[in-house]
Design a protein around this ligand. Structure first.
Ligand code: NDP
Length: 313
């Protein structure tokens, strides 16, 4: 029978959540972690992970998550399937509602619900996911050394991804739906100055093609105008960089969020505006978004919880 109360409830299961569970379990706080809709988080949709310290041969995103999860369970964390649908933050202990209709009360909470990369919504994106389609250049760019890739988006993320990829790939095409880049001037200049980046303005992607792996994209220039032109671009990699959506809908109105929906923390700590509630990982990080930074912030949140609970005695 699952306990219906805990010293520390962890909501979400990427590297931040599992690392927070590892640290809080080793601190004898008997944490309970609810894994949410995508157990293991965004890493489970990437292929190989070669930049997480400690894996000289690389590993897969799924394996990495299984490893940290197992490490947390070994020290007593209760890792549960289920989605937290609502939390009453009005008094302590907090009460969280679970998708199976039950509730759990918690003396402290770590929110690590992550962020979700936005996709265009084309069925082909799912078809070639991990076979040429990616939403993370830092994670997957290395596999496209010497190849041709495209990045979709015109913001800072897209420019950053295009620049990163331009040091690996032979040619990078930045597909921008408007006739201008939304990115900061300095990023725009860097992109436009880079010889192997071609910016395709006024261009939309309408489909992808390839036998087994991605081989190209169906593009349309000046869509909906009398200059509309359809053409195909041969590419091996298609990177989405049209923004991320932090998974904070259920906390809106309760926890302070920034204008893009990310949880605001009292840096350098992971404390939110509600005493006893902490946030770790991509849900509070619009900038770094790496497995290692998420894991690091999960550790910080666990230490912040320990300190908070010890001060309550
Ligand atoms: P943004 O929202 O700034 O940009 C998203 C881009 O994707 C825009 O060019 C947008 O086009 C385009 N886009 C959105 N939907 C579609 C679609 N369906 N089809 C085609 N294109 C689409 O997101 P970012 O992730 O780039 O940045 C988020 C925030 O993080 C920003 O404030 C940014 O400045 C910041 N950031 C800062 C960094 C840094 O300082 N180093 C690095 C990365 C991000 P359109 O312009 O037409 O709407």
């Amino acid at each position: 029978m699952n306990n219906s109360s805990t010293r520390c409830l962890i909501i979400g299961s990427g590297p931040a959540g599992y690392t927070a569970a590892l640290y809080t379990s080793r601190a004898n706080l008997n944490p309970v972690l609810y894994e949410g809709e995508q157990p293991g988080g965004q890493l489970t949709i990437t292929t190989e992970v070669e930049n997480f310290p400690g894996y000289p041969e690389g590993t897969t995103g799924t394996q990495l998550m299984e490893d940290i999860r197992a490490q947390a369970i070994k020290f007593g964390a209760s890792v549960r399937t289920g989605i937290i649908t609502k939390v009453d933050f009005s008094k302590r202990p907090f009460v969280a509602h679970i998708s199976d209709g039950t509730t759990i009360s918690a003396d402290s909470i770590i929110i690590s619900t992550g962020a979700t990369a936005k996709f265009l919504g084309l069925p082909d994106e799912q078809k070639y996911m991990g076979m040429g389609v990616s939403a993370c250049a830092t994670c997957d760019g290395f596999f496209y050394r010497g190849k041709r890739v495209a990045v979709v988006g015109g913001g800072d993320t897209a420019c950053e991804e295009a620049l990163y990829l331009s040091n690996l790939a032979s040619a990078v095409f930045l597909i921008v739906r408007k006739d201008y880049l939304r990115a900061s001037k300095v990023m725009q200049k860097r992109v436009l100055d880079k010889p192997n980046i071609t910016v395709l303005f006024n261009t939309n992607t309408v489909g992808l093609f390839g036998e087994e792996f991605l081989e190209g994209a169906h593009l349309v220039e000046n869509i909906g105008t009398d200059k509309e032109q359809h053409f195909d671009l041969a590419i091996d990699g298609f990177f989405l960089a049209i923004g991320h959506k932090p998974n904070t809908d259920i906390f809106n109105g309760e926890i302070n969020l920034d204008e893009n929906g990310y949880i605001v923390t009292q840096t350098p700590t992971t404390a939110t505006n509600i005493p006893g509630v902490f946030a770790a990982g991509d849900v509070a990080d619009p900038i770094y978004r790496q497995a290692i930074t998420a894991a690091g912030s999960g550790c910080k949140a666990a230490l912040d919880v320990e300190k908070f609970l010890s001060e309550q005695l």
